[in-house]
Write a protein of this length. Structure first.
Length: 249
């Protein structure tokens, strides 16, 4: 199964809050390819840029990272270049040779690997972490593009399905088994919000918020080996999300 769910979080999360650890090996849980870079800590700080040199998406993720730093996550790194390109490709066969119970939860669980950057338009991501690196976070922004809104709505619908019908899901692989528990963190400011935990060899807790503006999609994620089901994490994530949104049309 995939390593720390949050690993796939925006590269920025790599150094800050590995949101979702998603390693794309066989017999690994899907939902964290998107956050894999963060957990692996491969991101590196980039040279300072002026707002004139930055895209709208980059300005937004930078604003989110600034707020994250003020709220206890001062270490950050931008995900860019080949790292960002790699995140734009959705992982495949993440549930190969894995039996998902209930079976009808397989498709929505697999969709947890989705993230805005996969829309293939203007995008940016920054990962951030706290001093002890016990929690990793990420803020990802992408322009919706021609089919982006439909893709986002489909993902949000899958999240709704998980919360309604897949609160507890078991994954059985050739050499491992784990249980995923999902719940609604009830973040009113987000269009989609999901909290989930996974046990087993890669125990992890994840919080993911998604919000759409007229032209962009914003995703904020946090990943930790300890529980994140606390209102303070909801508030931190909401503030980071709102900061990014404030820079978007």
């Amino acid at each position: 199964m995939p390593k720390p769910l949050m690993a796939a979080l925006p590269l920025a999360l790599c150094t800050v809050l590995a949101l979702t650890a998603c390693s794309s090996t066989q017999a690994e849980m899907p939902d964290d390819e998107t956050h894999k870079i963060a957990a692996q800590g491969t991101a590196s700080p980039s040279p300072s840029e002026t707002s004139q040199e930055m895209t709208t998406a980059q300005v937004a993720t930078t604003a989110g990272a600034v707020i994250a730093a003020q709220l206890g996550f001062p270490s950050s790194a931008k995900i860019q270049g080949k790292d960002l390109e790699a995140l734009a490709t959705a992982p495949t066969d993440t549930l190969k040779d894995i039996v998902v119970l209930p079976a009808q939860c397989s498709a929505p669980i697999n969709d947890l690997n989705w993230s805005p950057v996969q829309m293939g338009t203007e995008s940016a991501r920054t990962d951030f972490t706290n001093e002890n690196q016990t929690i990793t976070g990420s803020v990802e922004v992408a322009k919706l593009g021609e089919d982006g809104e439909a893709a986002l709505e489909a993902h949000n619908a899958n999240v709704a399905t998980i919360l309604e019908k897949c609160q507890s899901v078991k994954l059985n692989g050739m050499d491992y088994t784990e249980t995923l528990k999902f719940s609604d963190p009830k973040v009113a400011a987000a269009d989609s919000s999901l909290y989930y935990s996974r046990n087993g060899d890669y125990a992890q807790n994840s919080l993911v918020l998604i919000k759409k503006t007229s032209e962009y999609a914003v995703m904020v994620s946090f990943v930790s080996s300890t529980e994140l089901s606390d209102t303070k994490f909801n508030e931190v994530a909401t503030n980071v999300m709102n900061a990014a949104i404030s820079q978007l049309p």
